[in-house]
Write a protein that binds this ligand. Structure first.
Ligand code: NAD
Length: 308
């Protein structure tokens, strides 16, 4: 029996987790419906892992998926603010309903630990920077509401049923295997796709909005810590780089790495975008021993190499 189940294991973050675990000699099963995940993300390890194709909302497939595993790294979700504005019901079904189905299956199977991929979007535009976990939450789009609700389910399943859950609020993750193509793609792959083709990147707003861009290596490391730490059970914590960069700064760095001089095209801001996002990572440092291993610029260099 595999030791780890990764839901959403064919997606960007899930596949990076799968590659790292396999490299470390761990046994891995993934569950994915391949809606946004891609088989090529698993290239090179597909023979060494167990792949289940199915929907996290399906109790039967979920109970097969959790069978015998010790740790679940729960990444599967519909992952986009704009998409959730178009499809709030489906977003809720997958992100909340799917998580509840997973927790029920984990409970029935006696799974030791569930590490849940939450999101900085739960904070919304609450006042104060950096964001700390004791701040109020006020998501600006259905996506953030769904991530917050699932976080609460995790906490309650720890309190009521004793399943060890740890929720990690990721901040703007980027890196190899991130999808550049969909209309809901994240900012770094969107910029890179255009800039690598010699086109100017498109910024929604004036470009002075800031984000805490987090290389995926740091998120993978945080998951592995959260899978085995003695502390942090039933808790939520930020996982980020702990620095803030504007989108204009990001374009400047990408120009530097690419050797280009492309100025942004500015378009009107999008409705659910927040102005500034920047995390305190003290709680994850204290409870998990988390330290960002990679800075933004080194992360960008590796990402550009991969996209090339
Ligand atoms: P992704 O879209 O690349 O991965 C999600 C995976 O889940 C895909 O492989 C998809 O096919 C799968 N999936 C979706 N619905 C499913 C369903 N009903 N059943 C089974 N599989 C399903 O996204 P990602 O960026 O890798 O995000 C992973 C997790 O991290 C998500 O939970 C997301 O909310 C969270 N997160 C991501 C970021 C980020 O910046 N990328 C930030 C905060 C939180």
């Amino acid at each position: 029996m595999p030791r780890y189940l990764i839901t959403g294991g064919a997606g960007f973050i899930g596949a990076n987790l799968a590659h790292t675990l396999v490299d470390r000699g761990e046994t891995v099963r993934i569950l994915d419906d391949f809606s946004t995940g891609r088989p090529e993300n698993l290239r090179g390890i597909e023979e060494r892992i167990e792949i289940l194709r199915g929907d996290i909302r399906d109790p039967a497939i979920m109970s097969r998926a959790v069978n015998g595993v010790e740790v679940i790294l729960h990444q599967a979700a519909l992952n986009s603010n704009p998409r959730s504005i178009q499809e709030p019901v489906q977003t809720n079904d997958v992100n909340v309903g799917g998580t509840l189905t997973l927790l029920q299956a984990a409970r029935a199977a006696g799974t030791r630990r569930v590490v849940y991929a939450s999101s900085s979007s739960v904070y919304g535009e609450v006042a104060g920077l950096p964001k700390t976990e004791d701040m109020p939450t006020a998501p600006k789009a259905p996506y953030g509401v769904s991530k917050l609700a699932a976080e609460q389910y995790c906490r309650v399943f720890t309190q009521v049923y004793g399943i060890e859950t740890v929720s990690l609020r990721y901040f703007n993750v980027y890196g190899p295997r991130q999808h550049p193509d969909s209309e809901y793609a994240a900012v770094i792959p969107r910029f890179l796709r255009r800039m690598l083709a010699g086109k100017r990147p498109v910024i929604f707003g004036d470009g002075e909005q800031s984000r805490d861009f987090t290389p995926v290596d740091n998120v993978v490391a945080a998951n592995l810590l959260a899978a085995h730490s003695r502390e942090g059970i039933g808790e939520v914590m930020n996982i980020a780089g702990g620095t803030s960069s504007t989108l204009n700064q990001l374009v400047a760095w990408l120009n530097e790495v690419l050797g280009t001089d492309l100025t942004p095209l500015y378009e009107p801001p999008r409705p659910a975008d927040i102005r500034h996002s920047y995390a305190s990572i003290r709680k994850a440092e204290a409870l998990l021993g988390y330290r960002p291993q990679l800075g933004v610029q080194e992360g960008l260099r590796r990402t550009v190499e991969w996209f090339r």
